[in-house]
Design a binder for this molecule. Structure first.
Ligand code: UDP
Length: 271
């Protein structure tokens, strides 16, 4: 994999097929490495809002960069990759990745556990995944648990032995939760998937294809959930940061070019 560095975060340039293959490899390695106690691997599906937040939150940036794979979830990241690294990459969103992995799960013999969302939502999502893809959902729990229930939930997850744990507590809460419980979870692969259970359960409609293709899924979410306005201000701020980096890179390249030309001219001058 060729990683790109965008505003301090190392992001994969894999497309969906490569990401699913990589996830399968992480599950295999996780199962084998632990000899009965699987070693945990993490995938972060990163969007501009979270990457912008990580600029002023060193712990969040550390968590992102410790993940085995960070996918470009969100058109802001795709645009940044083009502007800063001159790379055309495919968007690999949390919801698409979760659905792809659930599609493959029956053939690959993977069991999945869903943790997150309001009571009843993960259960409905589990039922839909079973019906649609024949996914083996070995357990679920809502995401509104108290501190003192956490140990029991982690115990239940470990007992059910899922191959993939999908954590839908919203970003970056889920990333902090995974980091905090990394040493206790006996799961080969953990993925934070934000509000995906709401969509898979049928409680929330995903943006129509046209919004997705135009890279304005955020606009759909804003129309449906106007309370997101404050959070979404991170998007223009993120793009401003990207643009100022692009300008800084250009200035640096021009200064280097001038220096080289001055050096050449000095060599040509007669002594
Ligand atoms: N959520 C949860 N526990 C909490 C807070 C939120 O399980 O304490 C769930 C919430 O019900 C929703 C998801 O986390 O299903 C957050 O969705 P959102 O779309 O805000 O997250 P994003 O996709 O933006 O990360």
């Amino acid at each position: 994999m060729a990683e790109m560095e965008i505003l301090g975060a190392k992001i994969s340039d894999y497309d969906m097929v490569e990401t699913v293959c990589s996830a399968a490899a992480l599950i295999d390695v996780g199962r084998q490495a632990g000899k009965g106690e699987p070693m945990l691997h993490q995938i972060v599906t990163l969007n501009a809002e979270i990457l912008y937040k990580a600029q002023t939150d060193a712990r969040l940036m550390e968590i992102i960069n410790q993940a085995e794979l960070v996918t470009p979830d969100g058109s802001g990241i795709v645009m940044a990759a083009q502007k800063l690294c001159n790379r055309q990459i495919e968007r690999v969103t949390g919801i698409d990745l979760m659905q792809e992995l659930c599609k493959q799960s029956a053939a690959c013999g993977w069991q999945v556990y869903l943790l997150g969302a309001k009571p009843g939502v993960a259960e409905q999502a589990a039922q839909n995944l079973r019906e649609q893809y024949n996914t083996n959902v070995c357990g679920w729990h809502d995401g509104y648990f108290k501190e003192d229930e956490q140990a029991w939930i982690i115990g239940e997850i470990n007992e059910k032995k899922p191959d993939i744990l999908f954590v839908g507590l919203g970003a970056p809460r889920q990333e902090f939760w995974i980091a905090e419980n990394r040493s206790r979870l006996r799961v080969p692969l953990v993925i934070g998937v934000g509000g995906c259970f709401d969509v898979i359960s049928g409680n929330l409609k995903r943006a129509p294809q046209i919004f997705q293709q135009m890279g304005v899924e955020w606009l759909w979410r804003l129309l449906k959930e106007p309370w997101r306005f404050g959070r979404m201000l991170a998007l223009p701020k993120f793009m401003m940061l990207v643009n100022s980096q692009v300008k800084a890179k250009k200035r640096l390249a021009q200064a280097n070019q001038r220096q080289m030309e001055d050096g050449r001219r000095e060599k040509k001058l007669p002594q």
